[in-house]
Design a protein around this ligand. Structure first.
Ligand SMILES: CSCC[C@H](NC(C)=O)C(=O)N[C@@H](C)C(=O)N[C@@H](CO)C(=O)O
Length: 696
């Protein structure tokens, strides 16, 4: 008889090589006339060691197949349409028309332009320090470039000369006088971001055109004195290209930061404060089509007692007070776009395991849910007809795809995009339970093909990070389907501190991570292990980042799970607070008392469950010190028996050149391979091979 596993249809999730080779779609832009949609597709290189990105065009009418419009070994990203329809993008590809010797230069991210009339992409602008991004206006042929300069430099030539001195001396040292000094996996400084107007030499204000190298457009620094205030902030440009509105991060107290809004006149570089509210961090949303009104995103500044809250407001750009927008709506909206007639703002907001599209009427504050499916939408754009929107849509059942949304009839249809939906090794169910305080706890439950009362599936509790987030969209980093392909059911719960369930869900976990977030996770688990298609005797818990914190807390508070996997996790809150890249973010909530009450390391002596610790050395969000200390304390103080070789059942998977995420495809394979091996051993009692690349 054929073994059961061989009867199951093979999917990309049964084979790690096929999984990492699946093309991945991100970002979406629409040309100002509404006729062209462009997205980015990442594909695996021939050696399966890197992803490269290319731009693809998708037919907004859904008639033509998607077609690739850029191609180079270095890849392309950051697409943005000019008002006339030419497409700007960034790439570190070599200039085919480059002067002799240019090829020897170190490649940097430069700005390229693909003409609307067709033809090859042409280099618009390249500089020694590269460019971060380019921002175009919808109604005028204007663009703003975000690029880093060395703070003491007087102009582009001087900046290049200073970079050369550092490079030739091979000096990487950075002298800091403020905070922060790192961001995710990047060192901050000495260069600082500046905004530049992209101007054609000798004829400012005229349409951009591609010309000989010597006569290429030039950059005019419109924020020369910004210091470090523009690091990792959001900015928008007005439809006529005359104004940039940006968040500005100003220091508060010792090591603290808060964000205010500034208006920068592109012609003069004159800068004024648009909005400053000590109670909120502010960032700009889109500017209305008539250029008069800015949508403002407000994130309430937290304290140990005050939990975060996110709201929107409308601000007249000519001056005036902020008018709250849909203030009574108990959701955290992210603004995406205005309708062309200025009557409503399109937003997305997490809602009960999805992140739908909503319209907020600016006159009445009425909120209408536009998309009814249990999917998550990002990158939403509105067509000039005001009746149609486009967006990327994903859920736990399919990775991002390009869709068209009928705003009048509230229907959604997938367009002919560059990627197909993959076959899945199981199915998805929405499950709910009630916590002791009456709060409804929602979860997604992935069930493997073949799970039924005769063959109940082993269960993995997978805990999301943030903690202010929700399991509501496809992720390549945490794919439950790879584990479903191995026969596991995967529970993806949204406990206290999750978004999409109202402010109360945030408030009940704030400053008390070991309480409601933990008991909610246990309640969600209790509710599914009683099902007859789930095997209560074979369970494990796992999580990454804040989800890893929860996994560590679980390890010290229950022995109900057969194994625990903890990736990039917070372990000792007394040291995590001051050493993460954003201490100012955490320390407001994490008083010494809170840190002591909620730190998993205080409970290491209770741990009797085998743990797989995973950490990347270049993780600055949850620094490697967390993983190192967790590993040593597990070996020296947990309850696991030590064999004659000094080994326990705990394991430490260490990535010397990865960060908070495991980005290299070959390392993602090792990650899933080792996790699968560890779980098979402790949950299923099976011996499987470790990935051969480990060299063991
Ligand atoms: C919106 S929740 C805050 C995210 C948080 N931000 C900062 C400044 O620290 C954060 O990065 N938390 C990590 C510990 C975390 O759990 N990250 C998750 C989700 O972003 C992850 O999967 O990496």
């Amino acid at each position: 008889m054929t073994p059961e596993s061989e009867q199951q249809p093979e999917t990309p999730f049964h084979d790690l090589d096929r999984f990492i080779a699946m093309p991945r779609l991100a970002s979406l832009v629409l040309s100002p006339d509404g006729s062209r949609l462009v997205t980015t597709v990442a594909t695996l290189n021939a050696k399966a060691t890197e992803y490269g990105t290319a731009l693809w065009e998708v037919d907004p009418r859904g008639e033509q197949s998607a077609r690739r419009i850029t191609s180079s070994a270095k890849g392309e990203t950051g697409a943005s349409f000019l008002a006339g329809g030419d497409l700007l993008f960034t790439s570190a590809r070599p200039d085919p028309e480059g002067a002799e010797g240019d090829a020897a230069k170190e490649p940097t991210n430069a700005i390229w332009r693909l003409p609307a009339r067709g033809g090859e992409a042409q280099l618009v602008l390249s500089r020694q320090g590269g460019v971060r991004s380019v921002l175009t206006s919808s109604g005028a042929e204007a663009a703003i470039v975000v690029a880093d300069v060395l703070p003491g430099s007087t102009d582009e030539g001087d900046d290049g000369a200073r970079r050369k001195v550092r490079k030739e001396a091979k000096v990487a040292a950075i002298l800091h006088s403020g905070y922060p000094v790192r961001y995710w996996d990047a060192d901050l400084g000495p260069a600082e971001p500046r905004y530049f107007a992209l101007e054609e030499q000798g004829s400012p204000g005229e349409p951009l055109r591609t010309v000989d190298a010597a006569d290429r457009p030039k950059l005019r620094n419109i924020t020369p004195t910004a210091g470090s205030t523009l690091r990792n902030v959001k900015q928008v440009i007005s439809p006529d290209g005359s104004v940039v509105v940006t968040s500005v991060r100003i220091p508060v107290g010792q090591g603290g930061l808060r964000s205010i809004l500034a208006r920068i006149d592109v012609a003069t570089g004159e800068r004024s404060v648009l909005l400053d509210d000590p109670g909120y961090d502010l960032s700009p949303g889109p500017i209305s089509p008539d250029g008069a009104t800015l949508v403002v995103h407000r994130a309430r500044r937290t304290t140990a007692e005050v939990a975060p809250q996110q709201t929107l407001g409308l601000l007249p750009l000519a001056g005036g007070d902020l008018l709250p927008l849909a203030a009574e709506w108990d959701r955290w909206p992210s603004p995406a776009a205005w309708l062309p007639d200025g009557s409503a703002v399109l937003v997305t907001a997490d809602e009960e395991g999805a992140s739908p599209v909503f319209l907020i009427d600016v006159a009445t504050d009425a909120v209408t849910r536009v998309t009814g499916d249990a999917a998550s939408y990002t990158d939403a754009v509105v067509a000039p007809d005001g009746r149609t929107a486009y967006a990327l849509r994903s859920s736990y059942e399919f990775p991002p795809e390009v869709v068209t949304i009928d705003l009048i009839n509230r229907t959604v249809a997938a367009l002919r995009g560059p990627v197909e939906r993959p076959a899945l090794p199981g199915r998805l169910e929405r499950v709910e339970t009630t916590a002791d305080d009456g709060q409804l706890i929602g979860s997604w439950l992935v069930l493997p093909t073949g799970a039924d009362p005769a063959r109940p599936a082993p269960l993995l509790l997978w805990i999301h990070g943030g903690p202010l987030g929700s399991w509501n969209a496809w992720t390549w980093r945490w794919s439950p389907w790879l584990l479903a392909a191995q026969g596991y059911a995967v529970l993806l719960p949204d406990p206290a501190l999750s978004t999409g369930y109202g402010q109360h869900m945030i408030d009940r976990g704030w400053g008390q991570w070991g309480k409601a977030p933990f008991t909610d996770l246990m309640a969600a688990t209790d509710a599914v292990v009683v099902r007859d298609d789930i095997d209560e005797t074979r369970t494990a818990a796992m999580g990454g980042s804040f989800g890893g914190y929860m996994a560590n807390w679980i390890a010290g508070h229950t022995d109900r799970f057969a194994a625990i996997v903890t990736h990039a996790s917070l372990w000792a809150l007394d040291q995590f607070g001051p050493t993460t890249d954003a201490s100012y973010y955490w320390e407001k909530e994490m008083t010494p008392e809170m840190a002591s009450d909620n730190s998993p390391h205080h409970h290491v002596e209770n741990i009797s469950t085998p743990m797989l610790v995973i950490h990347g050395d270049k993780d600055y969000r949850v620094p490697i010190g967390e993983g190192l200390r967790l590993w040593y304390e597990l070996l020296s103080r947990s309850q696991l028996a030590v064999d004659e070789d000094g080994r326990t059942d705990h394991r430490f998977l260490y990535f010397p050149d990865e960060n908070h995420w495991i980005l290299k495809p070959q390392h993602a394979k090792v990650w899933y391979g080792v996790v699968g091996h560890f779980l098979a051993h402790h949950v299923l009692g099976n011996r499987t091979d470790l990935p051969p690349e480990l060299g063991l």
